[in-house]
Design a protein around this ligand. Sequence first.
Ligand SMILES: Nc1ncnc2c1ncn2[C@@H]1O[C@H](COP(=O)(O)OP(=O)(O)O)[C@@H](O)[C@H]1O
Ligand SMILES: [Mg+2]
Length: 222
Amino acid sequence: MTASSTSRSSRGPGRGPPRSSRRSSPARWRARSACAFGRTEGDPEIRDLLARSAGLNLGVAYLAGAVGFDPAARVPVPGALASLIVAFDAFVMNVDRTVKNPNLLWWRGELWLIDHGAAFYWHHDWDGGTIGADRPFALIREHVLLPAADALADAGARLGDRLTDEAVDEALALVPDAWLTAPAAGAGPAARRAAYAAHLRARRQAAPTFIGEAVRARAQRV
Ligand SMILES: Nc1ncnc2c1ncn2[C@@H]1O[C@H](COP(=O)(O)OP(=O)(O)O)[C@@H](O)[C@H]1O
Ligand SMILES: [Mg+2]
């Protein structure tokens, strides 16, 4: 997932001019079968990740030559972009975007968000309803970009505008049926998609709560 669709002004240690026409949307990253790509990757850890990615993938893009985001390098991330990333992570309740483990990559001058395996942790123990969708998500205090996120109110408003019911349904339609396994969310993929949609809409409605929490947490850090 690239952050370039939300801001084109972030230029990290990248190469070349901004590619202003590039947009990223879920529709561009449909499920596809990837088999044995990356065999020539030099880093054994990454080569192993790629080898184990054979099969059905969704939203996968191999960013050859990407450089990990290092907070110590102090490459500035614009406040508007940092705020959108914080708002997104608060929405999906991602605990894995910390200073020690930013899960951000610079690639061709743009910031990419990776490794969302720790998001949506609620669905591992989920009754299929909307209880808990309004959690403030206090762990946002650990977010690596929180100090730079000086436009959280705008980011929350934008999140609410962009996350229409249609956008939620579109994203869920991309998820392969076989991945919708939460039994409490109903029998069959359609019921489970509907349960996720209801939960995500309820989460969206809670934006004032989780954005407010992020604003409070930021005030403690800056
Ligand atoms: N799309 C990608 N393109 C290139 N390298 C990647 C990509 N995704 C991950 N990596 C590399 O693999 C490392 C670990 O990836 P990550 O998804 O964070 O796995 P882990 O579960 O081990 O944290 C990243 O820090 C990065 O160097
Ligand atoms: Mg990771």
